[in-house]
Design a protein around this ligand. Structure first.
Ligand code: 2P0
Length: 331
């Protein structure tokens, strides 16, 4: 077993560390159109399959990182100092341990999210991607995009996809050390594409995705079908993007999300994130589609629904979902 620390040492081999005073970085949140659900290595967040996401432009995380003169790390989130035992401070501190030059080196970390966590968009992907960039900036390593994606992955798998804007593909890779498991931007623009967050419930979810995907790999009897399904969906999604075929993109994304939720439901004990409101929202989307509207959805490890549509249909989508928060990933 290779540890995250060994991966970091491998990436930094031969590089000088020249810590500056402060470094600032930004990374966008992302939403997967073909999902990541299951790891082949839990210590390195190496996925069983590839995945493909779209970055959310101005919705993401800003991070400022410096050296703290205090006796411990100092962590702020959205302008508020965090207790050392808060879950965010502990997770950030454990990640920073990978880069700490000595035990008496402490960091000052300010993180600010522009991604509204209450809207059901995850901020851990953008947070760890911005943190990886800020660490690189603070120590002056000048790492390449691929190396930053690998370092971000060590914090959270989906963070590997948050280093770039636009459509981003995370290659699963095969190597035990994960040096071939990184994400890169695809050459494609789709200015008319819109993602809409429909918030149905912002209460804490019953089971986190880290634990949930581990349980699916271990107990879902048709998990073995998932890698083949993802491989097919990746081919179909890339073809849809290349052809700018929105109905094809929507069909792949919605089908892949539903397949992931079927895996979850077939996990033991079962994981069901959908609430009655989630099912009602799905039915509204399907009814709208029956009546000719090009509206599709995707869902992550939670009860909220993310709509996929094109700019020309925004007014009709807002009529159906008045509270929707709309993002234009390509600006
Ligand atoms: C995704 N999710 O592709 C999938 C879809 C949730 C459902 O990536 O354990 O927070 O840090 O690697 O990245 C959420 O999982 O898990 C996720 P870790 P992560 O977006």
């Amino acid at each position: 077993m290779i540890s995250a620390r060994q991966v970091v040492q491998q990436i930094l081999a031969g590089r000088e560390s020249q810590p500056g005073k402060r470094a600032a970085a930004y990374a966008p949140a992302n939403i997967a159109l073909v999902k990541y659900w299951g790891k082949r290595d839990e210590a390195l967040n190496l996925p069983v399959t590839g995945s493909l996401s779209i970055s959310l432009g101005p919705l993401g995380s800003h991070v400022e990182l410096g050296r703290s003169e205090g006796a411990a790390d100092a962590v702020w989130l959205n302008g508020k100092p965090l207790a050392a035992d808060s879950s965010f401070a502990k997770r950030a501190g454990a990640y920073l341990d990978l880069f700490r030059p000595s035990v008496d080196f402490h960091f000052e970390l300010q993180a600010r999210n522009t991604v509204p966590t209450a809207a059901g968009f995850a901020s851990s992907a953008s947070g760890f991607a911005a943190l990886a960039k800020a660490v690189d900036g603070l120590f002056g390593w000048g790492l390449a995009a691929r190396e930053l994606s690998i370092l971000a992955r060590l914090g959270s798998g989906s963070a590997a996809r948050s280093l770039e804007e636009g459509f981003v593909e995370w290659h699963a890779g095969k190597a035990p050390d994960g040096m071939d498991s990184f994400a890169e931007r695809m050459e494609a623009e789709w200015p008319e594409l819109r993602v809409g967050a429909v918030v149905l419930c912002s209460a804490e979810k019953p089971i986190g995705s880290r634990e949930g995907m581990k349980r699916s790999v271990e107990t879902c009897e048709f998990y073995r079908e998932w890698p083949g399904r993802v491989a097919q969906d990746l081919v179909a999604l890339k073809a849809a993007i290349a052809a700018k075929d929105f109905a094809a993109l929507g069909a792949v994304a919605e089908g892949n999300a539903l397949a992931m939720h079927a895996l979850m439901a077939a996990t033991r004990p079962p994981i069901v994130y959908a609430l009655p409101e989630t099912v009602a929202a799905m039915r509204k989307i399907w009814a709208a589609r029956e009546s000719g509207l090009a509206l599709w959805f995707t869902m992550d490890a939670g009860p909220n629904v993310k709509l996929l549509f094109e700019a020309r249909d925004e007014a009709r989508v807002r009529e159906i979902f008045p509270g929707v928060e709309v993002v234009a990933p390509f600006g």
